[in-house]
Design a protein around this ligand. Sequence first.
Ligand SMILES: [Zn+2]
Ligand SMILES: [Zn+2]
Length: 434
Amino acid sequence: MKLSSVSSIAFAFTSTRKPPPEEVRVVVNKKPTTGHPSYSTEIDPVSGSLTIHSIVPKGIEIQDGLYGKKLVATQKFHEGQVLYVGYAILLDIALSNAEKYFVRLYNHDGTFQTEEIMSTVHSVVDYDKLASDVLHDCIYQDDVAKKKSKRNNSDTSSSPGVFGLGQLPSSPSFPVPSIRQIYGFDAFMNHSCDANTYHPLVSRSSEMMSYQAIAIRDIFPGDEITCDYAFFDYECNGHEIEQCLCGSPKCRGKMMGFQGLSLQEKISILPYCELEIVSTFFRENNDITLLRSEIPPGVDLIVKPNDTHLVATRTFEAAELVFENKSTLIPTHDLSKTYVLECNGKYFLMDNLHHFIHRREYSEAVGFDCFMDHSCCPNTSQVYQDSTTYVVRANHLIQPGDRITMDYTSLDSLERVSFQCNCGSAVCKGLILS
Ligand SMILES: [Zn+2]
Ligand SMILES: [Zn+2]
């Protein structure tokens, strides 16, 4: 995944192999292997140049875009579908002069497509922010000096561009940290502030990583396949996108990594972020209280901007139990705190006024069902069994896909919230004062 489509320097190479220019030389200690035919690496024994052989998966095509190459879907991918399993080697460019490398692309049937020269600077993740227990065997800056002294005994120690710890230049043209993820065909995937794929990790060692590319929503033939750098890049240190050209209505204007987002944006993308980003987020925001709530079978949460709601996933007969839940009591003096609700891997920033039920002595955080819609003719009723346990039963037949509704005025919350009801029922009261 390259950093900025605008600054891409990849250019087409003729299929006749030419000796690589001097700056393409790369020195790595040993050839990493993937054990997978769709991605493999080759180091030229004479020139030392690195080549990634990469098969472009079925349903995906690399096309020329306005700002360089881009990935385009040639088939439909459903929300949640795995588009492909991707691979990348981890390369310490402080130990080599690997500013450039080759990517040789092949069609799905193995025939040669094209060869590109890529810049390692465009394949970046901030490893200094990553949890050391996950990357314990990875090469950190602290190790560079050790490795440098080892390398001093070898004949490559004089290679230009090989730096030791004390020698790392402060020039922004060579930003630290120096570990680069060297991708295959998906190095051409562009950033979007409204990305349609995310990439959960499958495995990672000190040399290799593999990940899935999963569709966040339905992707149609002709759609550009995009990712959001904030999903896996906490700081974007030294490779920020000052002016994002993703063109999405949700464009943030610039891409400064996860940490540059607003609290609301951070929480909304947490489900798609790498685990290190999620754990770093909660570590750095220890004033946030995490509430957990499991969505029971038979219902589901449909997440939409300003219209997150609960639906039935099966039929409920009149008087049937829809679900049972237990609320968390929040002392009134804690209401100024920030609460994040996690429901089955989805995260929500709580609106303490609207999402909690306010009683005289305390407030109640109910959980996933705080997103239930109001109706003046609701299809469920809530009955408390004690101060925190309640059951929700169907008032009449509920069909799969129906929104599950309740009457907010029955909650007896101290906080009076008025809104114009559009429930559409024959008995709609219009202006509601809950
Ligand atoms: Zn954007
Ligand atoms: Zn109504």
